[in-house]
Design a protein around this ligand. Sequence first.
Ligand SMILES: NC(=O)C1=CN([C@@H]2O[C@H](COP(=O)(O)OP(=O)(O)OC[C@H]3O[C@@H](n4cnc5c(N)ncnc54)[C@H](OP(=O)(O)O)[C@@H]3O)[C@@H](O)[C@H]2O)C=CC1
Ligand SMILES: CC(C)CCC[C@@H](C)[C@H]1CC[C@H]2C3=C(CC[C@]12C)[C@@]1(C)CCC(=O)C[C@@H]1CC3
Length: 314
Amino acid sequence: MEKVILVTGANSGIGLALCERLLYEDSQLQLCLACRNMQRAEAARSALLTSHPDAQIDLLHLDVGSVRSVLHAAHKVKASNVVKMFATAEGLLTQQDRVNKDGLQEVFATNLFGHFVLVRELDSILCQAGQTSRVVWTSSSNARRSAFSLDDVQHRLGTEPYASSKYASDLISLALNRHNNSQGLYSSVICPGLVMTNLTYGILPSFFWTLIMPIMYLIRIFTNTFTLTPHNGAGALHSLFLKKTESLDPRAKYHSLTSGMGSNYTQPRQMDIDDDMSEALYVKLLEMEKSARKRLKEEDDNKQAYKKYLNQTE
Ligand SMILES: NC(=O)C1=CN([C@@H]2O[C@H](COP(=O)(O)OP(=O)(O)OC[C@H]3O[C@@H](n4cnc5c(N)ncnc54)[C@H](OP(=O)(O)O)[C@@H]3O)[C@@H](O)[C@H]2O)C=CC1
Ligand SMILES: CC(C)CCC[C@@H](C)[C@H]1CC[C@H]2C3=C(CC[C@]12C)[C@@]1(C)CCC(=O)C[C@@H]1CC3
C-alpha cells in the first residue's frame, strides 16, 4: 500500500521543510499538502517538484480554523487517498485572539480543534485493522500548564491563547493514544525549537531578526533549542516518521535541537501532563465537535429550505 503523508501548513516554514526532508529520504512518497492559501500551496509544490521531479504531490484546500472546511477536506481525502501519516505544522501565534465564524476562539480553533475534528473525521482510514497510522502535533516549548484551564479550554478569558492551545495539543495527543492505539493510530508531539519563519517574523519585524541574527547564532552555541532554520526545526517531525510507532513514548515531547556547530538531533523530554486532565479535555472536545456538526447541519438544512422556497415561488 502507498504511504500518503498529509501535512497541514505545508506551504511555508516547518511544514514545507518537513516535506523537503521527507522527499529527500524517499522520493517515492506521496505527499498531500493541506493548505489554506492555494496560490502559496501551488508555489510550494513547484519548489518541491524542482528538487524531486518524480514526487507525487497532491494539494488539498484546508482552512483548519473552519469546521466546514475541515469536514469538506476530510471528505475529499476519504474519497481519494489512504493517509497513513499526518503532521500538523500550521499555527497561529497572536495575543489578540478573536472569535471566528464558528463562534470559536481563532487560536484554539486553528491550533487544536480543527485538527481534532480532522483526526476524528478520518478515523475510518487512520484506524484500520492490521495497519498503523500516526498523527504528529507541532507543539511548542511555550505549551504551559499554567496557561491552560479546563474551565476555559478555548482561552476566552486569558491573555495567553497560544500557550494554552499548545498545552491542549499535548493533552489531546495523550488522549488520542489512550483511545486509538488499540486500533493502530499513534499520536506524538514535537517542539521545533526557535525557528525563523513567517510566525517569528510576525513577532518582530524581519529587519530586526536580520540585525540580531549573528547574536542568535552565538546564543546557539549555549542553547540547543535555537534551531533557527526550518530544516533543523523539522528535524523532530522527520525523525518521528522514521521511528517505529511502538517505540514512541506518548508522554514525551520530541524536541528538535541543534548543537553549537549546527548539527541537528532529536531528544524526547517528558511532558507535564496527566491522564485525568487529558481525558476531561477529550470529552469536552467531543461535545464541542457534536455541537459544531449540529450547527452546520442546521445551516445546511436552512439553506436547502430557502432554496426550495425560492424554487416554489418562481
Ligand atoms: N517558528 C517557531 O519558532 C516555532 C513554531 N512552532 C509551531 O510550528 C508550527 C509551524 O509554524 P511555522 O512554520 O513556524 O510558521 P509559518 O507561519 O511559516 O507556517 C505556518 C503555516 O500554517 C498555515 N496556516 C496558518 N493558519 C492556517 C489555517 N487556518 N489553515 C491552514 N493553514 C494555516 C500557514 O499558511 P498560510 O500561508 O495560509 O498563512 C503556513 O503555511 C506552528 O504550529 C507553530 O506554532 C512552535 C514553536 C516555535
Ligand atoms: C538577542 C535577543 C534580542 C533575542 C530576542 C529573542 C526573543 C524575541 C525570542 C527569545 C525566545 C523566543 C521564543 C519565541 C519567540 C521569540 C523569542 C521570544 C517563541 C514564543 C515563538 C513561538 C513558540 O512557539 C515558542 C518560542 C519560544 C521562544
